[in-house]
Design a protein around this ligand. Sequence first.
Ligand code: SAM
Length: 210
Amino acid sequence: MPFVHNDYYQRLLIRQLPAGGRTALDVGCGTGRFARRLARRGYDVDAIDQSAETLATARALTAQIWAAGTIHWQQADITTVDLPDKHYDFISCLASIHHVPFETVGRLRDALTHDGVLAILGLYNEETASDWLLSLAAVPVNAAARLTMAISDKLQPTWENHVQRQVSAPTMPPSMTLAQIRTAAAEELPGCTIHRLLFWRYLLVYRKTT
Ligand SMILES: C[S@@+](CC[C@H](N)C(=O)[O-])C[C@H]1O[C@@H](n2cnc3c(N)ncnc32)[C@H](O)[C@@H]1O
C-alpha cells in the first residue's frame, strides 16, 4: 500500500470529534475508509460520494471487513443534495472540498448541530516561498514514510489495502491558494482555524456556536 496522505491524517481528524457526538457526514467518502473509522467509534454515518464506482468498492469493503456499523452510503452531489438542517455532530471532508466550489461549506455549516464540528483536510495550490520550502522539507519524510508503509504492507498485507489498490477515488488538483482559502473561510466559517500540514494539506476546523 503506498503512503496515502489522506489516510495518514485520519487520526488528526478523529481528534477533532466533539464529545458525545453521534451523527456524522463524510463528504466525498471515496472507498469509505474514514466513514468506517467513524462508524467503529459508534457514529451513525451518512457517507456521500458522486462516484458510483468508488461507492461500490466502499460497500464491498464494509460488508467484508466490518458489518456491524451504521453507514448509509449515498451517491449524490454534495452541492445539490438535500441535507438535514442542524443534524450532524461532525462533518468531515477529506481531500474533497477542492472538488466543489468552496462556498459549499455554507451548506455543511447549516447541517451542523449546535456545537457540531466541521473538519476539512484540504489541498491547496502552492504559491509562496514558504509553501515551496515546506514542500521541499516534506519530500524526504514522504520517501521514508512510503518505504515504511511498503515494508509493513509486505509483512502484514490486508484485504482492505489490496482492494483499495485496485480502485482509487477520483482526484483533481486544487485551484485555490491557502490565502484564498483563508479569506473564503473567514466569510463562511467565522472563527475557524486553519493549519498548514507537512504533506501538502491543511486542516480547517470549525465549531458551530450559534
Ligand atoms: C480525492 S478523493 C478523496 C476520497 C476520500 N475522502 C479519501 O480520503 O480517500 C475525492 C472524492 O470526492 C468525490 N467528489 C467529487 N466531487 C463530489 C461532489 N460534487 N459530491 C460528492 N462527492 C464528490 C470524488 O468522487 C472522490 O471520491
